[in-house]
Write a protein that binds this ligand. Structure first.
Ligand code: F6P
Length: 329
């Protein structure tokens, strides 16, 4: 019987995590390994991202390799940002390793930089790739959510609740700086969920005088605290705090949450998302797909072309921003 190329069963796939870690990456690894094995596929775990691939750090995984990890933060495969993989020579080395181990399909769990690596590898060599979005930043346009965002948001809210207590007691202004690089989603969602008075994000220009006016007007109306969520990259919390204090005369404190946002046990929502995406990634490879990324849109798991996904600029959720303004008054 004649078989189309994609009907020839894939025998071995690899899985790696790359870039900044995110809670739920382990749940995604678990889903890839178990879905693969269930389909009779050998699954190789690659440690330390693309660096580990170049250096041949691979091991065969079985169902038990991923036991007891669904609830764990971080990534059991470790992660890295690889400069060497950005070079054609680095990718050639990586491809040689994939060939030696007979790996026909590679699942890459990471953000846009990691997806670009996967795209290049597939374009230059005969290797199928699928990306799973794993980053707390939620900065990818083609998917409503990335793995880790929900957990990071909940970590931020836990801290914001505590800061609000002391901020109210002292009737202070509190600036809370959160992660997100070029994307304000963590800050914006946290501002709404945490009932913050204001939010400063890269997508909207802010004016210090207007901000101070809002703070003073709020105080006049009887607000006992002023909680401001600041997205990293727009400015530094400590510096902004000093400016606000000198312009309003209200005592101001700054807190930078930092890497606490990247750790911790993943939320139920992130575990479910990771499980669904990991399962779909293996299905894509089995069906002959390559240079695809999986995601979630309107609660449906989707897969789209990696080049298209990377070309889409993250859209700013203006409605959510307006809501945050209205509700914080
Ligand atoms: O994972 C994304 C992110 O958390 C960004 O928000 C942040 O700028 C960056 O990673 C920092 O990562 P690292 O300290 O690992 O370089």
């Amino acid at each position: 019987m004649f078989l189309w190329a994609w009907e020839v069963k894939m025998k071995t796939i690899g899985v790696l995590t790359s870039g900044g870690d995110a809670p739920g990456m382990n749940a995604a690894i678990r889903a890839v390994v178990r879905s693969g094995i269930q389909n009779g596929i050998k699954v190789m775990g690659i440690t330390r991202g693309y660096n580990g691939l170049i250096n041949g750090e691979l091991f065969e995984m079985n169902r038990y390799s991923v036991s007891d990890i669904i609830q764990r933060g971080g990534t059991i495969l470790k992660t890295a940002r690889s400069d060497e993989f950005r070079t054609p020579e680095g990718r050639k080395k990586a491809h040689n390793v994939l060939k030696v181990f007979g790996i026909e399909g590679l699942v890459v769990i990471g953000g846009d930089g990691s997806f670009t690596g996967a795209q290049k590898l597939s374009q230059e060599f005969d290797i199928k790739t699928v990306g799973i979005p794993g980053t707390i930043d939620n900065d990818l346009n083609y998917t409503d959510y990335t793995i880790g965002f929900d957990t990071a948001l909940n970590t931020v809210i836990e801290s914001v609740n505590k800061i609000r207590d002391t901020s109210s007691s002292h009737e202070r202004v509190s600036i809370v700086e959160v992660m997100g690089r070029h994307c304000g989603d963590i800050a914006l969602f946290a501002a709404i969920a945490g009932g913050a008075e204001d939010v400063i994000i890269p997508e909207v220009n802010y004016n210090l005088d207007d901000l101070c006016k809002t703070i003073l007007e709020g105080k006049q109306r009887g607000k006992v605290h002023n909680l401001i969520i600041l997205a990293e990259g727009v400015g530094e919390a400590e510096y902004l705090g000093k400016e606000i204090e000198s312009l309003t005369g209200i005592e101001t404190r700054a807190t930078v949450l930092g890497h606490i946002q990247r750790g911790g046990s993943p939320s139920a929502s992130d575990r479910i998302l990771a499980s669904r995406l990991g399962h779909r990634a293996v299905e894509v490879l089995i069906n002959g797909g390559s240079q695809r990324v999986v995601g979630i849109k309107d609660n449906q798991i989707i897969d789209i072309d990696i080049t298209e996904a990377l070309s889409l600029k993250k859209e700013f959720n203006k409605d959510l921003y307006e809501i945050s303004k209205i509700l914080s008054y």
